[in-house]
Structure formats: structure tokens, C-alpha cells
Design a protein around this ligand. Structure first.
Ligand code: NAD
Length: 487
């Protein structure tokens, strides 16, 4: 599949050779170069935005049922090729093939979900002070969307934007992260297979500071839908040169609270899954855990055992591995920094703390799942996003203290609670200042409920009906009527 996408961009319905294919893409498990993609030139950016602009009128003018049909077909062609797309994702991102296949199938599910939402775009009629007026509120698509995405979920984070936008009647220009461009290009190729009209979807590649920034500043783009770090999100918000809509899905520093009544086994399993899956490179990864003091030591012992039991391997040759390599040297470096900082301030290392040994790990960005106990809020691990396979743990004595510690962060994306006491669950879930609170589960998101952050974790929502309405404007039409003659 890579050979079909190497050095290509998808513009105006054609998979075309990039003018300047200078960005190398590497396998994070071996360090081998797997291909090259373009650094979009000003002409290519212009061509993609123009194609999306030209396609907007016809696409938004289609009956909703027709747009729905295209999205259903896209979901079908993606699901039918899930194995090949998953292997491609593993090659550039590192997550084990089984996990990558799960992500591709969720992308297909997103296509079908928004295909169904597309036919449910409806407005409202609003009462006026007198009966001779009708107020109708219509929903209309915003226009051309610029989607800028990170590398941790290279398919789903493109898909939430693409499907919400297309269902609403918008067209889109997508710029994926530099290190995982091929998955987005593969999605572009699937748009051809699904017969989606030329120009409705475009995929351009290249450095964020140049190509992404040019999209932010482009007057032909009506909305930026961005997922990435809070730092870049803020820069995007501050650097737009014209007023445009923005959705910013940013970083997190997500807490988990385990109360004394919790099912300890379930809490440990949840913590291991959400701290270490995808090597912790998840915006809603559990970064820090607060455990009720009576069960603190038991929780530590069991989580350390669970972490040591996870298998780290090359996810291409070992599709069922628990952890592959990290996606690049950068998040691995930050993981090591946060580990050293915590240890220097008194944290106890209970599991991991180093790369796995062996020749097969020598060239990749591997790191063992790492558990730190007795952490405090003067350690970076408890206050900053690590984006690595490491978690910090601390005890608490009262629920008020647990909520205060959990909310002691500039972020507000997702939080987790394990408890069997309904009063405690109610108190904690109301008190946590987060866009999502998951209780007795660590799968915080479902496609049909809104997902978004607050505070420095961002603006706007993806998933659910809200994830489509983000791509629409309201229009209020107020009409005054006279009584017909003779009435
Ligand atoms: P990043 O912010 O470095 O890059 C994200 C995207 O922005 C990339 O495509 C990059 O090329 C582009 N970019 C960089 N500079 C730009 C600029 N000046 N103008 C426009 N675009 C620019 O993030 P990353 O390292 O790729 O991803 C990890 C981050 O993403 C983490 O902080 C994580 O929490 C966050 N994230 C958030 C969510 C969410 O839903 N809230 C989901 C996944 C990841």
C-alpha cells in the first residue's frame, strides 16, 4: 500500500505526485525509512483549498440522503481493507496491528454514524411575541474546513473531522502529522474508491509550522478543526489572520480516583489499560492515580504486577503485543525526563523505568510500562502531560482532597473514578472539572456522545450529533405575515 501513496498528495480527486517530496517517514520499531511524503508548496496548498471551495457548492447542495450514501460507502470500503490499513498504520505509528485494526474499524463505524446523522439535520421554529411572525432557524454548512491532526490516532482523529464535516455539507482539506501521513493518504484513496466527488476531500502533507500554519492563515478556509498539543492549539488561536471558526482538541493530564469501596481488580485492570495502551500516547491516558489510603499499598503491588505482565514487542511482527514502540524519539525523551524528575523528588519506582533489553529493541523507541508511587504535585508527572507509558500514584484521605488534587491542573479533558459507593460516585463525578468522567470503566468515549475538553484542553466537541453541528452555522429567518384576504 505504501508504494501507491509514497510521495503523493490527494488534491482535487487525484492522487498526484508531490512537487517536493522531502519529508521522510520512519518505522518507529526499527528506525528504517519507510517512505517519503511532500512538504506542500504554496501552489499545492492553494490547489487543495481551491478544489475544496469549488466542490463546496455542489456537495452542500446534494440531498442529505446522497451525502449519507457516500459516507456509508466510505465506511464499507475502509472496513473491507482494514487489515492492510492497519499494517500501514503500525508501520508508521508503532501500535500493534490488532490495536491498529481496531482503530480502522472504529473509523468505519464513524463513517456509518455520521452517514446516519446527515439525514437528521433539522432546524427549529421559535415562537414570537405576536402571532403574525414565524421564526425559523436553519442549519447550514460552514464551508471549507482545514483539519490538522496529530500522530497518536492517525485514522480516528482524521475520521471524526472528515465524517462530521462531510455529513454537515462541508468540504475538507486534511493535513496529518508529519510522522504518520500515510494513514491519512490511505483514507484519501478510500474516498476515491467510495466515489466521493473530486475536491470534497483533499489530503496535503508537510511540516505543521509551514503547511499547517498556512492553512490557519488561509482566507479560503472557514474553519480550523485541530487536534494536537495545547501549545500549538494556542498558537493557532492567536495566529489566525481572519475570523474563522475553530475547534481545538488539545492536551490532557487525566486523573483517576480509586475509592476504598472500589473493585480493586477492576480498578487495576482499568489503570493498566488506560495508562499504557498505545504507550500512553493518548490525550485521555491516565497520567496520575489517587488511591484511598486503606487500599493504597495493595493497589500499588497489583498495578506493578500488571505493568510487568504487559508484553512489549514490534507490533508488526507480533500483532497481539500489548505495547509497540513509541511513535518517535520526542515522547520517549519526555517520558525519561518525567521519570528522572519524579525519582529525584522522592517517587518510588515499582515497575519499568527503562527500555526492554534485547537486540530486537535496540533501534526502536521502546520503553517498559512504568509505575511510580508516592508522587506529589511538585513532580512534572502529576501536573504535565507526559504522553508516555508512565503513571504516578499518590494516596488520599478524603474525597474532598481527591477532587482538589484531581482538579489541580490547567487541563480538563477526561477523568476516571473506580468506586462501588453511589454517593461517592455522585460526589466525585459532579466535582470533577472535566469534559468526560468515566466511572468503573476506562473507555471514556463513545461515538454517539459528545467528547471535548475544557480549560487548556480545548474548545468544541467531536463525536455525537454535536460533532456534526460544529460544522454548521445557524440562520434565523423571521417572516411577518398578513392575514389572507377574507380570513
Ligand atoms: P502537535 O501539536 O505537535 O501537532 C499536531 C498537528 O499540528 C500536526 O499535524 C502538526 O504538524 C501541526 N502543527 C504543528 N505546528 C503547527 C502550526 N504552527 N500551525 C498549524 N499546525 C501546526 O501535537 P502532536 O505531538 O502531533 O500530538 C500530541 C498532542 O495531541 C498531545 O498533546 C495530545 O494530548 C494531543 N491530542 C489531543 C486529543 C484530543 O482529542 N483532545 C486527541 C489526540 C491527541
Amino acid at each position: 500500500m505504501i508504494s501507491d501513496l509514497n510521495g503523493k498528495m490527494y488534491i482535487g480527486g487525484t492522487m498526484m505526485a508531490a512537487q517536493s517530496a522531502t519529508v521522510a517517514v520512519f518505522d518507529p520499531a526499527t528506525g528504517d525509512k519507510i517512505g517519503m511524503v511532500g512538504a506542500a508548496t504554496a501552489a499545492e496548498i492553494e490547489a487543495a483549498v481551491s478544489a475544496a471551495r469549488a466542490a463546496f457548492g455542489p456537495w452542500s447542495g446534494l440531498p442529505a440522503k446522497a451525502r449519507s450514501g457516500y459516507l456509508h460507502r466510505l465506511g464499507d470500503v475502509i472496513a473491507a481493507d482494514a487489515d492492510a490499513m492497519a499494517r500501514l498504520m503500525t508501520l508508521e505509528q508503532g501500535k500493534p496491528v490488532n490495536e491498529a485494526r481496531g482503530e480502522i474499524l472504529k473509523l468505519a463505524e464513524t463513517c456509518h454514524f455520521y452517514a446516519e446523522e446527515a439525514v437528521r439535520i433539522h432546524g427549529e421554529t421559535i415562537p414570537n411575541d405576536t402571532n403574525d411572525f414565524d421564526s425559523t432557524v436553519l442549519r447550514e454548512p460552514i464551508g471549507v474546513v482545514g483539519a490538522i491532526t496529530p500522530w497518536n490516532y492517525p485514522a480516528e482523529l482524521v475520521g471524526w473531522k472528515l465524517c462530521g464535516a462531510l455529513a454537515a455539507g462541508c468540504t475538507i482539506v486534511i493535513k496529518p502529522a508529519e510522522i504518520t501521513p500515510f494513514t491519512a493518504l490511505a483514507i484519501g484513496a478510500k474516498c476515491i474508491d467510495a466515489g466521493i466527488p473530486a475536491g470534497v476531500v483533499n489530503v496535503i502533507t508537510g511540516p505543521g509550522s509551514e503547511v499547517g500554519q498556512a492553512m490557519v492563515e488561509h482566507k479560503g478556509i472557514d474553519k480550523i478543526a485541530f487536534t494536537g498539543s495545547s501549545k500549538v492549539g494556542l498558537r493557532i488561536q492567536q495566529s489566525a489572520t481572519s475570523v474563522k471558526r475553530m475547534a481545538l482538541e488539545l492536551g490532557g493530564n487525566c486523573p483517576m480516583i480509586v475509592t476504598a469501596s472500589a473493585d480493586l481488580k477492576a480498578a487495576v485492570a482499568g489503570a493498566a489499560r488506560r495508562s499504557f495502551r498505545n504507550c500512553g500516547q493518548i490525550c485521555i491516558a491516565i497520567n496520575r492515580i489517587y488511591v484511598a489510603r486503606p487500599i493504597y499499598e495493595s493497589f500499588l503491588i497489583q498495578l506493578a504486577q500488571a505493568a510487568d505482565g504487559l508484553r512489549v514487542a514490534n507490533g508488526l511482527t507480533d500483532p497481539c503485543a500489548d505495547l509497540g514502540p513509541m511513535a518517535s524519539a520526542e515522547p520517549l525523551g519526555k517520558t525519561r525526563e518525567h521519570l528522572a524528575d519524579a525519582l529525584s523528588k522522592g517517587a518510588r519506582l515499582l515497575a519499568g523505568g527503562a527500555a526492554p533489553q534485547g537486540a530486537e529493541f535496540a533501534k526502536g523507541h521502546f520503553f517498559r510500562p512504568t509505575v511510580l508511587a508516592d508522587c506529589t504535585h511538585d513532580m512534572h508527572i502529576m501536573t504535565e502531560e507526559t504522553f508516555g507509558p508512565i503513571v504516578g500514584i499518590a494516596p488520599f484521605d478524603t474525597l474532598t482532597e481527591a477532587v482538589a488534587l484531581a482538579n489541580d491542573t490547567p487541563y480538563g479533558l477526561a477523568s476516571y473514578v473506580y468506586s462501588k459507593a453511589s454517593d461517592d460516585i455522585r460526589y466525585l463525578s459532579r466535582g470533577l472539572d472535566y469534559g468526560s468522567v468515566a466511572v468503573n470503566t476506562v473507555d471514556a468515549g463513545i461515538i454517539n456522545a459528545p467528547y471535548g475538553g475544557r480549560k487548556q484542553s480545548g474548545l468544541g466537541y467531536e463525536h455525537g450529533r454535536e460533532g456534526m453541528l460544529e460544522y454548521m452555522n445557524f440562520k434565523h429567518i423571521r417572516v411577518r405575515f398578513d392575514l389572507p384576504e377574507g380570513a
